[in-house]
Design a binder for this molecule. Structure first.
Ligand SMILES: [Zn+2]
Length: 115
């Protein structure tokens, strides 16, 4: 990966990080303003489902944010773009499609087959 590509990935990842932080902030607002108790048990059931979905979504966002931050960290250390399993280059097209990828396609597929 050359300097220009690294610079591009840095821009993409920084942007992604900002988007995720905004989404998480919004989510926290939504959760904070959700009423905790409703008189009608049916409403209460809907509410707890909404709340659970929101919490799940928030967990996913936090996980994504963590991955993006890790990728930015690797980028800063010059370790970005190498497969954690085999040490080979992950490849630019894959990183463009998935900037926080940590495995090359071969290792990823192996992992998915094993799972
Ligand atoms: Zn690999």
């Amino acid at each position: 990966m050359d300097r220009e590509q690294l610079h591009h990935m840095n821009t993409v990842l920084s942007q992604k990080k900002q988007e995720l932080e905004e989404a998480i902030g919004q989510m926290q607002n939504d959760l904070a303003t959700m009423p905790h108790n409703l008189a009608d048990p049916a409403d209460q059931a809907t509410l707890s489902t909404d709340r659970q979905l929101a919490l799940l979504r928030q967990q996913r966002l936090l996980h994504q944010l963590h991955e993006v931050e890790q990728a930015l960290h690797q980028l800063a250390n010059g370790e970005y773009g190498l497969c954690e399993e085999c040490g080979e280059e992950i490849g630019v097209p894959r990183l463009v499609a998935c900037p926080s990828a940590r495995l090359c396609i071969e290792c990823q597929e192996q992992l998915e087959r094993a799972a």
